[in-house]
Write a protein that binds this ligand. Structure first.
Ligand code: ATP
Ligand code: MG
Length: 200
């Protein structure tokens, strides 16, 4: 291949998938950290249409979770929200999603340490590892050894562990406590307006 001034560089894309129920500030922080540390062109937030590993947990509809994702990323120029898993019927397998991106893209899969430690439970996980570079965000309560134990290669991003989860925020809201400032303002407004986690 000729190398010259007009050679196009492949996109360096971060993918940050999630249930986003609700989308919270650590989702933003993780994408931003990955963007800076890995020199990414874009971080693509992919809302899981059917998070098949969470079927036993009550969950907001995919439309609500998608709306929170769009509102959560706001106007950040290097973030985008992507609804391909929301639109696709059936379980949201990451390998199916990865196969819909151009083969020449360099894809970094941004995972919290809990998700990275559970990678081997994913559908066709070896192919996910083959296709992407796994980039791990530390998470309180999960030791790096648990991630290393999967045997998959990974990059450990230097980020502070922040003990916030959507599960914790749903529980706070359902107990009548405020989740304001744990989530971006437009997400907080949406949760209030739709009464998503209103106390029983
Ligand atoms: P839930 O409690 O419902 O599972 P969550 O806070 O883990 O919610 P998800 O939508 O499941 O949010 O996560 C999307 C991605 O963000 C996952 O890779 C997850 O590990 C990561 N993530 C979420 N919160 C944190 C956090 N506090 N620290 C590190 N990674 C996080
Ligand atoms: Mg989670």
């Amino acid at each position: 291949m000729a190398v010259g001034a007009f050679m196009l560089c492949a996109v360096r894309r971060g993918i940050l998938g999630g249930t986003f129920d609700p989308f919270h500030v650590v989702h933003l922080m993780a994408g931003d950290a990955a963007r800076h540390l890995l020199d990414l062109d874009v971080v693509t937030y992919i809302t899981a249409g059917d998070p098949y590993q969470k079927h036993d947990i009550p969950m907001s509809t995919k439309d609500h979770r998608w709306n929170m994702t769009v509102r959560g990323i706001g106007e950040v120029e290097y973030f985008e929200a992507d609804d391909r898993e929301v639109q696709r019927p059936g379980p949201s397998y990451m390998i199916d999603t990865l196969e819909t991106f151009e083969a020449d893209e360099e894809i970094f899969l941004i995972l919290g340490a809990d998700a990275a430690a559970g990678l081997a439970t994913w559908h066709r996980w070896e192919e996910v590892v083959e296709r992407t570079t796994i980039a791990v965000i530390s998470r309180p309560g999960v030791a790096e050894e648990e991630v290393a134990a999967t045997g998959a290669p990974y990059l450990w991003l230097d980020t502070p562990g922040i003990p916030i989860s959507s599960t914790m925020l749903r529980a706070r809201a359902e107990a009548g406590r405020s989740i304001r400032f744990f989530v971006p303002d437009p997400v907080w407004e949406y949760v209030e307006e739709q009464q998503l986690y209103a106390p029983a």
